[in-house]
Design a protein around this ligand. Structure first.
Ligand code: BG6
Length: 285
């Protein structure tokens, strides 16, 4: 079943439930902010103090960062991670594929507002397939008469038991840009987190796996060769209005991306799809 819902302030979202999963998608940002297998803990993390307000970004789930990832390369006054995550998308269609799988397709295209921030005509489609496996496929189409460059990320926040007990497998030997130290580095072994981590891994061979005490989450991707791993750690949480002070303990972002260093050039009429496919397996004895 797919239903339209809204919060008291009229902030609209879709609630999806089928035999296997429950999910919620805000129309603002085409933002999947809840996903859980029936009877299990949510797979995606959502901040207890997230905003659900027009124009404010939801903290958690899967924000869509587009058409630039991170700070705008030349204009620091433009919004971090682009404007797609704070724009209201149009619901293009929904489908019950089978009793365990639902599909939602949302669309964003250029407007007078977007053209002021980024001077190109585009169409963006996000197809979210909600089943035992979760997939998000973001298709960017150049509808302009000139080529443009984009960076993008499906900024997935994963819910974890405790940051001290998790590790990320699949990135060993990969080069990364460390945004905290602003240095290039190479990953040795698995990634464990014991302080602020903000890294762009390049030339990644998916899948990347997040091992927690009671489950392993596999993150696969297509049309992406970079992965961001982000945990803000304590001081940054304290300074963020939409994160509890200790929120860093229960979340980790692993983002399938076309990050700087892996930017895409799209010629007029050309399109590209960035897909992330997420599955999990319980490791409870
Ligand atoms: C990560 C970036 O993807 O997103 C970090 O690598 C950034 O640098 C983080 O701090 C959160 O960004 P925002 O804009 O949602 O606070």
């Amino acid at each position: 079943m797919i239903e339209y819902k809204h919060f008291d302030n009229d902030f609209r979202y879709l609630e999806i439930s089928n035999a296997s999963v429950r999910a919620k998608i805000a129309l603002q940002g085409a933002h999947l902010f809840h996903y859980e297998h029936v009877g299990e803990d949510p797979l995606l993390w959502l901040s207890e103090s997230s905003f659900f307000e027009t124009g404010k970004v939801i903290r958690g789930g899967v924000p869509v960062c587009w058409p630039w990832f991170g700070k705008h390369p030349t204009n620091s006054e433009l919004p971090q991670h682009g404007f797609a995550r704070s724009s209201v998308w149009e619901l293009l269609g929904t489908k019950e594929i089978d009793e365990h799988t639902s599909e939602v397709i949302l669309r964003l295209h250029h407007s007078s507002g977007s053209l002021q921030l980024w001077p190109y005509k585009f169409e963006l489609l996000l197809t979210i397939t909600i089943g035992q496996t979760l997939s998000l496929a973001l298709t960017s189409k150049n509808c302009d008469t000139q080529a443009f460059e984009i960076t993008a990320a499906l900024h997935s926040y994963f819910a974890i038991g405790n940051i001290g007990n998790v590790h990320v497998e699949g990135l060993a030997g990969k080069s990364y840009f460390d945004k905290v130290t602003e240095q290039e580095n190479t990953q040795h072994g698995n990634v464990s987190i014991s302080n602020e981590v903000d890294r762009i891994y390049l030339k990644v061979d998916y899948p990347v796996s997040l091992h927690d005490k009671t489950r392993t989450i596999h993150i696969n991707a297509l049309g992406s060769s970079s992965t961001i791993v982000w945990n803000p750690w304590k001081e940054n949480c304290v300074s963020m209005a939409d994160m509890e002070d200790d929120a860093y303990k229960t979340m980790l972002c692993i983002e399938a991306a076309n990050a700087p260093g892996d930017a895409l050039q799209l010629a007029p009429g050309e399109e590209h799809t960035l897909t992330t496919i997420i599955s999990s397996k319980s490791t409870r004895p």
